[in-house]
Write a protein that binds this ligand. Structure first.
Ligand code: WT7
Length: 639
């Protein structure tokens, strides 16, 4: 399908939607007229500035968006809606496990954020001090984020599914001396002791850590070396903290993601550009209006949740749903029941989840009234046509536009998508780039390839949500480059094809990063955990296509010569990965191999292992130092 589907098979946005959309054809025409970067002014206009910016973009080498501007993200997400007489509107609907629900109006959110901000100050948190937040999907998570933003303390949210080791690495790397966590939480019916993990992490970092604990499992946590979140908020109830004016370029948060090295990559996002980008894309791509209820199903521990559960919808003044449970508990219709009960208007999830829903069957969504939905979004990996059509038909009732949104932790917000009230939808393609974003598909030398041919996706102009690391001249993992002609170019690490109509079709990663059930993992990070196991000589990890997860982790491990590749070793490997990263990274398959395919210079060729794991043809393997291993591995997998 390199050239895309025939145009008569494209889907047009529903006319009712088009008539009411935030971005109409006329608006869309105005962006190119305004030109780049001026068209991004529309994004900045969605925010309230304490000091107006001097210019849209300062490209003196720092690539600072909206230079001179000053603002506070928390006041943009909370205070201004209260000031605009919308204090009684719902800001957050929390759907907890065990049938608990809680809602916060903007006024209530204001009170909580202020009280916790005051508490953080009392604990000694100053402007620019990094606060680590290690919490599951509880309301205290966005509250803590906004409290940090209010006092100008960048937060660093660590996904609660990560291990103690992973938490420790992230606290050390960010030089963070404050941690907000909880006593524990339920995962698939079992109580997990998060506090114990956090305690272990605190023991293994050099700095001493001030801890705040949210009570999630127990009413009381034995007194100790920490403060209880509820007590802090109660003690500071009614205190108001003036939002700290931040420079556009000051940090709003840090977030770690998997890069191409063995270590997690630190990504830093700034206050002005990031917030403008997520507010704008919430408005333009998700068509979010202040009266809407949006549910982005990703965990807030990932960038998706930062941008479209917290900062995007709250900056617009809409209602955001925070969901703690799993999709199949108590029953497989749980999500549809939540949408029905809360009249959710915009639903945003990942293809891996949609494929699971599809497998469970349409009788589950059919049981509920989903007519409140007006737009559906997809993110995280390519969505195939069948899944797209099922989503549109059985969740959207055939009446909702579906936006396939491409972006990354580094881009901060959506950069490739259709505009739902303007563009035709081509199932299986993300569409063109958004106004003000320029994308190209290039070859190994950075030269654009013809449409229909595969290449690497690059972005050729800066955009406001770009991570600060991308703005700086420093060579950042080799991904932000200037071409031979001196042009700006950001290498995304993804493979893509542009069809004859200019629509982009994503083809997965071109590097050693892959996505498993919406979690971005790095081969090298997992490998370094595996080779740390005694008795393991070498390991290579690849992604294997999986009909539901999208990708599954397949590890090829070669034990030392006197060590058996048996269940005991497999068990140790699994435990090592779980403790270094977390359960999400544990290999689904471990194949013990006498050796791994290598080039003559001794480099393991992951490409061949990937083909073997996926049952694909390898082509010519004669350049290998040990071509015979290929046949051996193939027959090992056939067994
Ligand atoms: C990688 C970024 C922020 C989005 C969630 C994950 C893949 C993302 C799509 C899409 C095809 C996609 C890419 C990208 N990806 N969206 N619509 N179609 N692939 O953020 O963890 O930083 O992962 O997710 O491979 O590089 P992330």
């Amino acid at each position: 399908m390199a050239n895309g589907r025939r145009k008569d098979e494209w889907e047009e946005p529903p006319t009712g939607f088009v008539a009411e959309a935030n971005i109409t054809e006329r608006d869309a025409d105005a962006f190119p007229e305004a030109g780049w970067p001026a068209c991004w002014e529309a994004a900045a206009d969605l925010l309230e500035w304490d000091r107006p910016y001097d210019d849209v973009l300062d490209d003196d080498g720092t690539t600072c968006w909206f230079p001179g501007g000053r603002l506070n993200a928390a006041s943009n997400c909370v205070d201004r809606h209260v000031a605009a007489d919308r204090g009684d509107e719902t800001a957050i609907i929390w759907e907890g496990k065990l049938e608990e629900t809680r809602t916060y109006t903007y006024r209530e959110l204001y009170a909580e954020v202020n009280a916790f901000a005051a508490a953080l100050r009392d604990l000694g948190v100053g402007e620019d001090d990094v606060v680590t937040i290690y919490l599951p999907m509880v309301p205290e998570l966005p509250i803590a984020m906004l409290a940090c933003a209010r006092i100008g303390a960048p937060h660093s949210v660590v996904f609660a599914g990560f291990s103690a080791d992973a938490l420790a690495t992230r606290m050390s790397g960010a030089d963070s001396e404050y941690l907000v966590t909880c006593d524990g939480y339920y995962r698939r019916g079992t109580a997990l002791d998060l506090k114990h993990m956090a305690d272990n992490a605190c023991l293994s970092v050099e700095q001493s850590i001030e801890r705040v604990i949210v009570n999630r499992l127990h009413d009381d946590i034995p007194a100790g070396d920490h403060h209880a979140f509820d007590d802090l908020v109660a003690d500071h109830a009614g205190t108001e903290i003036a939002p700290v004016e931040r420079d556009v370029d000051d940090l709003l948060f840090l977030i770690y993601t998997s890069g191409t090295t063995g270590e997690p990559t630190l990504v830093r996002h700034t206050t002005g550009g990031y917030l403008a980008h997520v507010a704008w894309t919430s408005h333009a791509v998700f068509d979010l209006m202040p009266d809407d209820v949006l549910w982005c199903s990703a965990d807030v521990g990932w960038i998706t949740g930062h941008s479209y559960t917290v900062y995007g919808p709250l900056s617009i003044g809409a209602t955001t749903v925070l969901y703690e449970g799993t999709p199949d508990h108590p029953e497989k219709d749980r999500l549809w029941e939540v949408i029905d009960r809360n009249d959710v208007n915009v639903f945003y999830t990942a293809p891996t989840s949609i494929r699971a829903f599809m497998k469970w069957g349409s009788e589950y969504p059919d049981r509920h009234d989903l007519s409140s939905l007006r737009l559906l979004g997809s993110v995280g990996e390519p969505i195939d046509e069948t899944t797209w059509q099922w989503y549109r038909e059985h969740v959207g009732g055939g009446e909702c536009p579906v936006v396939d949104t491409w972006w990354q932790t580094e881009t901060g917000g959506v950069v490739l998508s259709t505009l739902p009230g303007v563009d035709s939808m081509q199932p299986g393609a993300v569409g063109r780039s958004l106004p003000g974003v320029e994308a190209a598909v290039v070859d190994g030398l950075g030269k654009p390839v013809d449409s229909g041919l595969p290449g690497e996706l690059v972005l050729t102009r800066p955009w406001p949500g770009m991570a600060k690391s991308l703005c700086e001249q420093t060579d950042w993992g080799g991904r932000r480059t200037r071409t031979a002609d001196g042009d700006w170019q950001y290498e995304t690490g993804d493979k893509a094809v542009r069809d004859g109509d200019g629509y982009l079709h994503l083809r997965g990663r071109a590097d050693d990063v892959f996505n498993v059930s919406g979690h971005r993992l790095s081969s090298t990070e997992i490998e370094s955990a595996i080779v740390g196991v005694e008795g393991v000589a070498e390991a290579a990890v690849v992604g294997r296509s999986d009909t539901v997860k999208g990708m599954a982790v397949h590890a090829f491990v070669s034990p030392e010569s006197n060590v058996a590749g048996d269940d005991a070793l497999r068990d140790q490997i699994e435990r090592a990965v779980e403790s270094a990263i977390g359960a999400i990274a544990v290999p689904h398959t471990v194949t013990f191999a006498p050796s791994l395919p290598k080039t003559r210079s001794g480099k393991v060729v992951r490409r061949y292992l990937e083909a073997i794991a996926n049952g694909e043809d390898l082509g010519d393997t004669s350049a290998l130092r040990n071509p015979e291993i290929v046949g051996e591995l193939e027959s090992l997998l056939e067994q």
